[in-house]
Design a protein around this ligand. Structure first.
Ligand code: SF4
Ligand code: ZN
Ligand code: ZN
Length: 320
């Protein structure tokens, strides 16, 4: 029997291949909380006095974020938002149940927003309209843009200082590589935790789990006996192929050389910090959308939401 390399008193249950250590359940979950705490401090993601809004989908990463934040932040300054997209066959009711129970048990405000109430349309309606018009826009694009909008709206409405999402290390490395491959420096900067918020109408988003492997969130959830719904979104196959390909590739690389993707993210971070961030600090405030007033990218007349809605023929001003 191998004993835990950290405490030496309990039996090891998890082999952390990137660090070469075997850890017991307690030391493994403690290690994750400690690494998240360090990342939060390193990049000043939030301060003890700030009110945090956790944007959660209900899966295992959401569970880990909620647990870790409970350990490292004042829970009375924390709220949760979840967006119900309106996708047939992707019943998130059970996922919502633990969010409801957890929020009740910890006394956290839970904001549930449905895309139907927020925009007047369920995601399924939007996808149907889009294919009827032959727009060739992926469901995930609509989903991402509308969800982001709803979350920012809730954060502003209730005066939260930061929005926290549960993206893990694997998500972050895929996103960084996609941006690098496309040569999209603006996105590369935006994705860095120190990137400036370019509009006073945007609540800063941070990703405290960005240095936690996806397998670690699965093991953490399993060790804490978290039961999550395995239902998969039917639109998952329409996700960008580049991301899916990078995911498979990175998995192989990590398998043969544990720790590689952690080092990749650190290398990207350091490149952005040394070379790109300085330029970003001189950028002016983002312009506002001519139709709804929401911030939009430089040089654009309409924001992403209005652009998509107008192409669908259902343009109306959605709050931000
Ligand atoms: Fe939304 Fe795409 Fe995720 Fe489905 S797979 S929930 S459409 S982002
Ligand atoms: Zn231990
Ligand atoms: Zn707009």
């Amino acid at each position: 029997m191998r004993m835990c390399d950290a405490c030496g008193i309990r039996e090891a249950r998890v082999l952390q291949r990137h660090s070469g250590r075997a850890l017991c359940s307690e030391c493994f979950t403690k290690d994750i909380a400690e690494r998240v705490r360090r990342e939060v401090v390193r990049y000043s993601m939030f301060s003890p006095s700030e009110r945090l809004l956790l944007a959660l989908s209900g899966g295992k990463d959401s569970f880990v974020l909620m647990e870790v934040i409970r350990e490292i932040h004042d829970i009375s300054k924390t709220g949760v938002v979840t967006v119900v997209e309106g996708i047939e066959g992707y019943n998130r009711e059970e996922d919502l149940e633990w969010l409801r129970e957890g929020s009740r048990a910890y006394g956290i405000d839970l904001h549930i927003v449905t895309l139907r109430e927020f925009t007047g349309y369920r995601l399924d309606d939007v996808v149907k309209l889009s294919s009827a018009r032959g727009l060739g826009v992926s469901p995930c694009t609509y989903c991402g843009v509308l969800r982001r909008r709803a979350i920012n709206y809730v954060a502003r409405l209730h005066g939260y200082d930061k929005v926290l999402t549960a993206h893990n290390l694997d998500d972050e490395v895929q996103t960084s590589l996609m941006n690098l491959l496309r040569g999209d420096t603006a996105r590369l900067i935006q994705n860095h935790p120190l990137s400036p918020t370019l509009s006073r109408y945007f609540v800063k988003r941070v990703k405290p789990l960005r240095k936690v492997y996806e397998w670690e969130t699965s093991v953490y959830a399993y060790l804490r006996d978290f039961k999550f719904q395995g239902a998969e979104c039917p639109y998952i196959t329409s996700r960008p192929t580049l991301r899916a390909e990078l995911r498979d590739y990175l998995y192989e690389v990590e398998l043969s050389k544990p720790g590689t993707i952690m080092r990749m993210l650190e290398a990207v971070d350091s490149y952005v910090e040394r070379v790109l961030l300085g330029r970003a600090s001189q950028l002016p405030e983002l312009p506002q959308c001519e139709f709804c007033g929401s911030p939009t990218a430089y040089g654009r007349r309409l924001c992403a939401t209005c652009d998509l809605l107008s192409r669908l023929g259902i343009l109306k001003a959605i709050p931000y």
